[in-house]
Design a protein around this ligand. Sequence first.
Ligand code: F0G
Length: 419
Amino acid sequence: MSLELTAPAPEEPSVADDGTWLECIACGAQFAPFEDVRYTCDDCDGLLEVRYASPPTWDDFEGRGVWRYNAALPFEEGVSLPEGATPLHEVPRLEADVGVETLRVKHEGMNPTGSFKDRGMTVGVRVAKELGVGRLACASTGNTSAALAAYGARGGMETLVLLPAGKVAAGKIAQASLHDARILEVDGNFDSCLDIVQDLAARGEAYLLNSLNPFRLEGQKTIGLEILEEFHEDYGGYPDRIVLPVGNAGNTSALYKAFRELVQSGALDVEDVPKLTGVQAEGAAPMVEAVENGWDETRRWEDVETRATAIRIGNPVNAPKALPGIRETDGTAVAVSDEEITEAQRDLAAEGVGVEPASAASVAGLRKLRAEGVVDADEQVVCLTTGHLLKDPDAAFEAGDDPEPVPNDTEAVLEHLAE
Ligand code: F0G
């Protein structure tokens, strides 16, 4: 099975371009990377993965941000704003409260457009230029559309985004709008939007930049590389576990791929690979269902609902890449309620870390798994927070305290404060 953690480094096939090619994870078919536009396998429709003849080692990395890791990417540089190099916050009160040895928070909301999607887009838009495509498109619960709009604008390209009507947070639509994407609001959920945009891409109407596009996940691998490097610098070792919110399972797949490539190059020992631990909202938890049942695939949930609109997804397209990642790293997956998500959002905010609801799912999930004894007290854990608080101002207001109206007078203000 090509997705095993201990799979040997691959042999370079004749279709490779400068040591890079595309390979189907289901049937192993290999394709030249930049000759044609292709998102899935021609032969069996399986998911494609970017493969390299020489997987990277730590000494190959130089510089800052996503492109520090260009030895692990298909290009030297991309369309950049720039992205990556996000903080790995210490959260001592939360760490003590949750009850683990170490808790750090990798805040991906600190990327240029406020989410981890920028890491994928800097690579994806670079590939789009290589392929010479016209219009760029995505379906989105919001963040992908914001990132695509910004990186498309930066690259001087036309962008089209399909959003589920009424289910995208205000900050994200504002971004797509100002960066001049053409925004279509679909009377359906995210999964229907993705169905449509895949149809458009198949008809040659647009270049698809959802995480089904294997090149996007290459950029997102750098989250894992940054965490491992920084953690090693601070503690002399690697985290036992990385906990992350799951929607389409792109990040889960990307982090697993980063670890696999480091194992292949000899840069990381198999026993040092962090346990990938996915968290979904109870109302949209097909990955959790698949992990709990030991399935190799997810079942599509037609009706999904959660306050964490970013992960309101019923058909995680990257499940065939992500499920082996969770299994091979001895990780797990857990579902949390909207109330638990909001509580975790407040917990993070109390440490000065402002995140949108989907991001807080990671902390809510860790808390739950620790309470259940699945996570041990002596574990060193990194929680991924994927988007910034300002992405969803309505959710922030709901989770936080209301402003108090006072008269325009100092004495009255003092009186009010004393009440
Ligand atoms: N967190 C946030 C804030 C997201 O926006 C997303 C996905 C995820 C987590 C889930 O990540 O798909 O890699 O498992 N948002 C996509 C979008 C679907 O359209 O912005 P995943």
